[in-house]
Design a binder for this molecule. Structure first.
Ligand code: C5P
Length: 233
């Protein structure tokens, strides 16, 4: 699962999603991320359909609830045959362990499970003011990543800027999945802390998630290939 470029399919409908994916040749099936917008609009069938087309799928629903509820929800997601799912590390290690149990299929296989540490949209001052966390952002992210690793999870979603720190502390095999990727000179949009695919690779990111620089490009297939080339070298 390492070293992948994942396209964020942030589209409101199935039609727009398929129109976008139809631009790729049959021989090229990018790893895609289905988030809340598309999943809530189209339901689990969109996951089954894209899987049937040959795409690997990261289902980005960021679960966060009591352990029993998350465990049961994860069992449902495992049956959808996705490749990667996530939850909030803030749900604590008992929730993360329950999630892993729910996700593990009767034959022992399961999708990768990664944890959101702190959302990249949360500013350091908000951490203190609203979440009442006095520990600085990098240490907080690292502590959450360590909880995730100790709970048996496969990795975390973090900013490319924190990936190196997480890898150093949680080990080479602990996966870092990072959004906030932009081409050099590209429009950052609402992302505050961005890196190019090449910088992300150098900073220890295993998978990058890239949305608008590919989906809104004049030639999305060329933009995707550029991201793959820059990230994988
Ligand atoms: O268009 P862009 O490349 O900014 O898309 C990034 C994707 O990664 C979006 O789907 C966004 O929801 C997701 N994401 C993020 N930051 C996080 C977690 C997920 O940008 N911390």
């Amino acid at each position: 699962m390492k070293n992948d470029v994942i396209i964020a399919l942030d589209f409101p409908t199935r039609e727009e999603t398929l129109t976008f994916l139809d631009q790729f040749p049959d021989s090229e099936k990018p790893f895609v991320k289905i988030g809340m917008e598309l999943f809530y609009a189209e339901g689990p069938q969109i996951v089954r359909d894209l899987k049937a087309c040959g795409h690997k799928i990261f289902l980005d629903l960021k679960l966060h609830d009591i352990p029993n509820t998350v465990k049961r929800a994860m069992a449902v997601l495992a049956r959808l045959d996705v490749d990667m799912v996530n939850l909030h590390a803030a749900g604590t290690s008992s929730m993360m362990k329950a999630a892993l149990e729910g996700l593990t299929r009767p034959d022992g296989t399961r999708p990768m499970l990664i944890a959101v540490t702190q959302l990249t949209s949360t500013a350091p001052e908000t951490l203190k003011k609203e979440l009442l966390i006095d520990t600085p952002m990098p240490e907080t992210v690292l502590a959450y990543a360590k909880n995730a690793a100790a709970s048996g999870l496969d990795g975390v979603v973090c900013s490319p800027l924190e990936a190196a720190l997480v890898k150093k502390s949680c080990g080479e095999n602990f996966c870092t999945v990072t959004p906030g990727v932009r081409f050099a000179g590209g429009d950052a949009g609402d992302q505050k802390r961005v890196m190019t695919p090449e910088q992300a690779a150098r900073n220890g990111c295993d998978c990058i998630v890239i949305g608008r620089p590919v989906t809104q490009a004049e030639d999305p297939v060329a933009a995707y290939r550029r991201a793959v080339k820059e990230f994988l070298g």
